[in-house]
Design a protein around this ligand. Structure first.
Ligand code: S3P
Length: 448
């Protein structure tokens, strides 16, 4: 019998994909959830703007729920995150209230790091922020240090570098910060602190990271000067921000699972609708193009300041490539799923300059190397990347997400090309960015 079974097991935490005969392909047209980065920013800017912000297509995942809960606790009125249209009634710039309890960012680095920019710059108010086990082990000094240069008062574990953090809000001083890393979270944190700071605050980064904050801040009425040559952004403090209508495009980081699945599962063809193709995020498309994937962009358009397209992917034999340098920040979240693509590519793929992956929701280099090795892949962990020799057949195994959403989904896609049954422990982590992942997988699977 030809069969595939995809089922969350009884505890609702594990996922079993039993691909006994491998005669499956992926077919159809699918929609992906809203962009996580844009969702956070629309909730945050809506919460501090004057008047009403309407957000369409917000990601209804765990991470934006953490952001919404934090800003509700500081006075913003945010409608329940259960519909395609969310209303945010903002408090107005500088009017976030002191919360009565600890702010919990859950698993979300973006929530914690961006929010710190607001909290540090709200004079006279005291805040405590924490997160889950993963977030409490992720480095916060990358935002604490520049905020301290602006005059912020922040205390935390291990020389103020780990959450929980306590913040006594202050009037800050503008700085020009030269960030040692290309990080949109660092850049955005400083720009958001600069919103409340009289004068001009500048951030320069070594290479360009995602620019959703810049686009949305301008959309809400902030004055920004952007120098693409030097990767510098300057914000002028104390603007009037007015609530807006934001339409959130589909998340290319979620589309990436289907782009790779469509490219590696024989006979597949998928059309992924409404994908955000902001050039600071399209590294995955360039990497797959280098690997000679059959991918076409259709119906390109601009939706509330962000470029969008439908993307068609067909199965093809992939070739190995080398991924590194300036491309890394533009596909930083897609490296786990690119590792799965590399397992199916002819030759040896090298991913380098990606040490940042060690401080994501899990150590993504170590975890992908260990879990794909278990399934039979030839994969070696490098200090700053991975070396993967394609062409080995994967076998079903027991693997673990390490509670990292992108690992859970990458392993689920890997299991589609594995012989036998794969159990992904703690796969429920996918709900952080993609609550409908398993349902969509069930919809697109075709058994011949
Ligand atoms: C994000 C920026 C990236 C990315 C994260 C979301 C954002 O992190 O990995 O998932 O929304 O700003 P860094 O900016 O730390 O690279």
């Amino acid at each position: 019998m030809t069969s595939i079974t995809i089922k969350p097991v009884e505890n609702q935490q594990d996922l079993i994909i039993d691909n006994s005969d491998q005669n499956v392909s992926l077919q159809g047209t699918l929609k992906i959830p809203g962009d996580k980065s844009i969702s956070h920013r629309s909730l945050m800017l809506g919460a501090i703007a004057q008047g009403e912000t309407i957000i369409e297509g917000l990601l209804l995942g765990e991470d934006p729920r953490s952001t919404a809960a934090c800003f509700r606790a500081m006075g913003a009125e945010i409608s329940p995150l259960n519909s395609q249209s969310i209303t945010v009634k903002g408090v107005g710039l500088g009017n976030l209230q002191e919360p009565l309890d600890i702010l919990d960012a859950g698993n979300s680095g973006t929530t914690m790091r961006l929010m710190l920019g607001f909290l540090a710059s709200h004079p006279g108010r005291f805040f405590c922020v924490t997160g889950d086990n993963s977030l409490r082990s992720r480095p916060m000094s990358r935002v604490v240090k520049p905020l301290q240069e602006m005059g912020a008062n922040i205390w935390g574990r291990q020389q103020n570098s780990l959450a929980p953090l306590a913040i006594q809000g202050q009037n800050l001083t503008p700085i020009h910060y030269h960030s040692p890393i290309a990080s949109a979270q660092v850049k955005s944190c400083i720009l958001l602190a600069g919103l409340m700071t009289e004068g001009k605050t500048t951030v320069t980064e070594p290479t360009l990271s995602r620019d959703h904050s810049e686009r949305m801040l301008q959309g809400f009425g902030a004055q920004l000067e952007i120098d693409p040559e030097t990767h510098s952004v300057t914000i002028t403090g104390k603007p009037t921000l007015i609530g807006q209508k934001v339409v959130v495009p589909g998340d290319i980081s979620s589309a990436a699972f289907w782009l790779v699945a469509g490219a590696i599962v024989p006979g597949s063809e998928l059309l992924i609708e409404n994908v955000g193709i902001n050039p600071t995020r399209t590294g995955i498309l360039e990497a797959l193009e280098m690997m000679e994937a059959d991918i076409k962009l259709e119906n390109k358009r601009i939706v509330t300041g962000e470029p969008v397209a439908d993307i068609r992917v067909k199965f093809s034999q992939l070739k190995a490539c080398t991924i590194g340098g300036d491309l890394i920040p533009r596909l930083i979240d897609e490296i786990p799923i690119l590792a799965v693509a590399a397992v199916c590519a002819q030759g040896t793929t090298i991913i380098k300059d990606a040490a940042e992956l060690r401080v994501k929701e899990s150590d993504r280099l170590a975890v992908m190397a260990s879990e794909l090795s278990r399934m039979g892949a030839k994969i070696t962990e490098l200090p700053d990347g991975l070396e993967i020799t394609g062409g080995t057949l994967l076998k079903g195994e027991e693997v673990d997400s390490y509670t990292d959403h992108r690992i859970a989904m990458s392993l689920a896609i890997a299991s589609l090309i594995a012989k036998g049954s794969t159990t992904i422990h703690r796969a429920e982590a996918a709900a952080v960015s993609y609550p409908e992942f398993v349902t969509t997988l069930q919809q697109v699977i075709q058994v011949s």
